[in-house]
Design a protein around this ligand. Structure first.
Ligand code: COA
Length: 262
């Protein structure tokens, strides 16, 4: 058994190597330094200031001498492994955690700002002045709606509470409504007096399509239907939008029939 007089680099360990012959575990000071000294028992490894934490060989076979740091030479194999684990935790985990948490913080900051910029909320009376009707005009025929008409319809729908929800995304920079959709809850006798959510009038402003806003709207409406106890949520769409709805978790079922009155 050899001992080294070099001071171990306890706080600079990023990489360890398990020698299958000796079951020796080597903790290297840096990855680059470790490469020439992968055979942990070589004296060169000591010169390169590697700390070797070794366990006794698993099988008694001729193996290179195992190098032990004096402080752990008298400790049992399992204690050494425990020591190794705690060293790894102490030296690597905090760095890893801090990098990870830094990333996580940045990510959640980005998510928060995205959320603030493009949060989904329910329609408000003032949204008429923010281009809500103009947005609907990108979807289908929607003549101009007077303030009085808007207010009356808004109050009517509001009186239905959670049974009819129109949601919007407002761009807080331009103060414009850039996405919308609605869901109403149908109450049935079927399915033990079950409920079905019907999604309607989904549209994203043409200048902001492709930014996952449509998906956000659909997720919001779907979550609402689920929270209202609906056993399913359904909608009609064109063939061109089939893939979009599939990406939102929907699947095609049956066909739509319609009879217009006007
Ligand atoms: C359909 C519509 C609401 C999609 O909104 P959007 O914000 O552009 O869509 P998203 O960015 O949320 O797209 C989500 C995913 O669906 C895909 N997608 C969106 N529209 C698609 C389409 N027409 N065909 C195929 N894939 C589509 C996106 O590429 C994205 O895929 P990804 O998650 O793999 O990146 C929007 O294009 C729109 O308002 N169209 C005009 C009005 C309309 O047709 N409304 C639907 C009435 S049923």
């Amino acid at each position: 058994m050899h001992q080294t007089s070099l001071r171990p680099q306890l706080n600079a360990s990023f990489f360890f190597f398990l020698n299958p012959q000796s079951s020796a575990l080597t903790l290297f000071s840096t990855v680059s330094r470790s490469l020439p000294g992968l055979i942990s028992s070589q004296p060169r490894a000591i010169r390169q200031r590697h700390l070797l934490l070794a366990a006794s060989p698993v099988r008694p076979r001729p193996s290179p001498p195992v190098l032990l740091h004096p402080r752990i030479a008298g400790v049992t194999r399992s204690s050494r492994l425990l020591l190794l684990c705690s060293l790894l935790r102490a030296s690597i985990a905090p760095r890893y955690k801090s990098v990870g948490s830094q990333k996580h913080t940045n990510l959640s900051k980005m998510e928060t700002s995205e959320e603030q910029k493009y949060g989904v909320r329910r329609l408000e009376m003032s949204d008429k002045g923010k281009g809500f009707i103009e947005l609907l005009q990108q979807l289908s025929v929607c003549d101009s709606v007077s303030d009085k008409e808007f207010e009356d319809r808004f109050r009517e729908l509001s009186s239905l509470g959670d049974d009819h929800v129109i949601c919007v995304i407002e761009d807080h920079v331009s103060k414009k409504i850039i996405a919308t959709g609605s869901v109403f809850i149908e109450k049935k006798f079927l399915r033990n007096c079950g409920k079905v959510g019907h999604i309607e009038d989904v549209v994203v402003d043409s200048s902001t399509r492709g930014k996952q806003l449509g998906k956000k709207i659909i997720n919001f409406l779907t979550d609402h239907a689920r929270s209202m106890g609906c056993y399913k949520v359904i909608l009609d769409c064109s063939i061109e939008n089939k893939l979009f709805y599939e990406k939102c978790g929907f699947k095609q079922k049956e066909i739509q029939m319609v009879r217009y009155f006007v």
